[in-house]
Design a protein around this ligand. Sequence first.
Ligand SMILES: [Zn+2]
Length: 135
Amino acid sequence: MEICQKEKLLPYLNSCLRGDGTNGCGVCWKCFLKNGPLGRPFDINGKEIQIFLKRRPLPTATHALWALQHLQLESKVPELSEYLEQDLSWWTCYYPPAKNILQERWQEEIWNNISNYLSPMKQPYPVESVHYFED
Ligand SMILES: [Zn+2]
């Protein structure tokens, strides 16, 4: 999302699977996760969004929690308040150790691009200790 936004690709992208190809439906989980943080219209009270927000474990938990914070919608989900107290701004940073899993022939180009668009996650890397729900 961050890279597409910085590259001005958003007019050509829409993650909604139910929209008309140009506009999102505004009531699906993907519209909440992707279109909402991009400033596109969506309804937090949409049936699918509400069902997924109540599901445990929470689907795509870190991104959903980050989206709630980013959209300042924490008050809409008091049952998730314990998870929303933490700072999730790291979610839009890149994870420096990930460089090692890139295939060598693409590593330099991909890594240069990633570090050009995003900031590095700071140590200790929060993504390594994510564990929201038992099981
Ligand atoms: Zn949608």
